[in-house]
Design a protein around this ligand. Structure first.
Ligand code: HSE
Length: 441
């Protein structure tokens, strides 16, 4: 006989955990109707059992003992929301090996140990759900696993970090430089006290690894992926980008190519005509291009208590269905057996081609620009446009260039030689220009 109530054990009672408690309570009736049984939090574990999270918890439900929660017979499904690698990985493995489904938002552990965790879930015949790990409340994981399962995906790319997108949106609107805007984001609760994980691109990297596995059935080594964050983006480059018809965004890009997976995270100039240029504030946008479907776009709130909690609860419902049916889930964690995912080579960044925006700070003397263009020409880099709008200050002037498509290694070679010129007064700023997103190239 089917179990009449499904008990959820929550490890990690932070912002998202609080949201999960609220969504399960506030939507209890409709969730119960969909599932045919009530879905209830029965235990919550957190190291901090004192702080008031603004939701009422029955006495005795809160514990500091996560292992006790995992092994509590009243807990049918375990939600891991503590983040990081350990003890998150061990908690998840312990639950899965005990035959309990696991739901998580933890992209760091998935990017490092996703195959191990998925294998454990498959062996136990239970759900491992991670809809909340990418894009917060946007149903992009389920779309990849199920909705486009019949397609052959070629590209997945987008804006997957709301904190960075908020910061870049504010800077583009002239509301301050990086440090000032980060401070404001922290006050608004949009950036952590230590914002490094977001602003240095690691969060986007971990999400990209998850997306690549789902989209292409390929596992990539996060250490092989080129990652640049947004600390070096400045208002002056934002203004030039605007003049040229672009918006600077932090992109995570993966393409399945004949030479391996092209995977990279970095700030880029996105043409204003592209949908991603319009993804503003803390929102996320993920574009997927498949051979049959073409491009589809998943847009919405990529972070925050209630949006992310809806993704966790959707996975809880899927896990509860499987528990109620007494059957292993038909859809596996990665949409295919974990053992069937290929380990893929990551295409070296040096081999990737882009158009580039380069801002030089040059001595305002005849011949300075000629020396630069001569070096660029010597490695085969062709220049599309040059602009010098500003007046010299302290004998130097910014000169901005856009190159035609060139390999990263050719540009690196030219820049090393350019750096030795006496006329070059500061390290050039280079931002990739994305003209081929969503296209064969
Ligand atoms: N810190 C993430 C972001 C949200 O800013 O998008 C959680 O994935």
């Amino acid at each position: 006989m089917a179990k009449r109530e499904i008990g959820v054990g929550l490890i990690g009672f932070g912002t998202i955990g609080t949201g999960v408690v609220r969504v399960l309570r506030e939507h209890a009736q409709s969730i119960g109707e969909r599932l045919g049984a009530p879905l209830k939090i029965v235990r919550i574990a957190d190291l901090d059992i004192k702080t008031d999270r603004g939701v009422k918890i029955p006495k005795g439900m809160l514990t500091a003992d996560a292992r006790g929660l995992i092994n509590d017979p009243a807990v049918d499904i375990v939600v891991e929301l503590i983040g990081g690698l350990e003890p998150a990985r061990s908690f998840q493995l312990e639950a899965l090996r005990a035959g309990k489904p696991v739901v998580t938002a933890n992209k760091a552990v998935l990017s490092a140990h996703g195959i191990e965790l998925a294998t454990a879930a498959e062996e136990a015949g239970v759900v491992l759900g991670f809809e909340a790990s990418v894009g917060g409340g946007i149903p992009v994981i389920r779309a990849l696993k199920e909705s486009v399962a019949g397609d052959r995906n070629l590209e997945v790319y987008g804006i997957v970090n709301g904190t960075c997108n908020y910061i870049l949106t504010e800077m583009a609107a002239g509301r301050g430089e990086f440090a000032e805007v980060v401070g404001r984001a922290q006050k608004l609760g949009l950036a952590e006290a230590d914002p490094s994980y977001d602003v240095d691109g690691l969060d986007s990297l971990h999400k990209l690894v998850v997306l690549t596995a789902l989209a292409f059935g390929k596992v990539i080594d996060p250490k092989a992926v080129h990652v640049e964050g947004i600390r070096s983006v400045s208002g002056v480059d934002m203004a030039y980008a605007r003049d040229f018809g672009y918006t600077i965004k932090l992109l995570a890009v993966a393409r399945d190519t004949a030479n391996g997976v092209e995977a990279r995270v970095h700030p880029a100039m996105v043409p204003n005509s592209h949908l991603l240029a319009k993804v503003a504030g803390a929102f996320n946008g993920v574009c997927l291009r498949g051979r049959a479907l073409g491009t589809s776009v998943y847009y919405g709130q990529g972070a925050g208590m209630m949006p992310t909690a809806t993704a966790v609860v959707a996975d809880l419902i899927e896990a509860a269905r499987s528990v109620l049916a007494g059957q292993a889930p038909l859809v596996l964690p990665y949409g295919q057996p974990a053992a069937s995912l290929d380990k893929a080579r990551v295409v070296p960044m040096a081999d990737i081609e882009h158009e580039h925006y380069i801002r030089f700070q040059l001595s305002d003397k005849p011949g300075a620009l000629a020396k630069i263009t001569t070096i660029l020409a010597s490695v085969g880099i062709s220049i599309a446009t040059v602009a010098q709008h500003e007046k010299p200050s302290k004998g130097a002037v910014p000169v901005v260039m856009r190159t035609h498509r060139t390999q990263e290694k050719a540009l690196a070679k030219a820049l090393a030689r350019i750096a030795k010129l006496a006329e070059v007064r500061a390290r050039p700023v280079v931002i990739r220009v994305e003209e081929t997103l969503g296209q064969d190239h």
